[in-house]
Design a protein around this ligand. Sequence first.
Ligand code: ADE
Length: 231
Amino acid sequence: MKKTLLLCAMTEEIEIIKKSLNFELDSDYSDLPWPVYKEPELCIYAAVTGIGKVNAAACSSVLIKLIKPEQVIGIGVAGAVAPELKIGDVVISNSAVQYDMNATAFGYRLGEVPRMNTLEFKADSILYTAASKVAESMDLEAKVYVGQIMSGDCFVSGNMGAEIYQNFGGLCVDMESAAWAQVAHIFELPWVILRSMSDQADGTASVDFNEFLPRAVKNLSHLVEELLKSV
Ligand code: ADE
């Protein structure tokens, strides 16, 4: 079994998986500001990083140094921006980008982190192919897409989703994936992120988010469980 670090931003996102996979709070890490859980049989460590890119980066960096995982898997909900995506559908990342990184004044492309020699951070192709195969074999109610996740420190609503989609052409928006991806990239770890759509990042996004969060989390939980058992 590969030692895996499973990350999510909110407790709601880990609750269902925690129950079905026998996670227990790991007392070795009780001095950290984030709850860390362990599933000993599958060698999975799971943490709730908090919302936004700074929380996501701080927690994932510390845990990668302490736990030394061999791979990183992020999970959670996201806002759908690609027109084909509906609430409840699942996105498996093949890359992640920070849509709110802007050093264009220095000639960098919108979204490009200066001096990192890449616009987007690429997910591990073995992991996202495995996730997509697991999804295919499961006959899920949700449709599953593989593509780019776009992250920024903003809950995207109104017209903003359309603008981000126009600039980057990715599938969905969230507030952590590109930070987890960048940290995994810095530590040279393979990573993939799976997100279920809780809203369509539009005028009703905040209402839909609250209403569909539990369903979106549930849609994802079986897929994540099966993926964790298979990798
Ligand atoms: N996570 C879920 N929905 C989102 C949205 N609309 N914007 C940013 N992050 C999200």
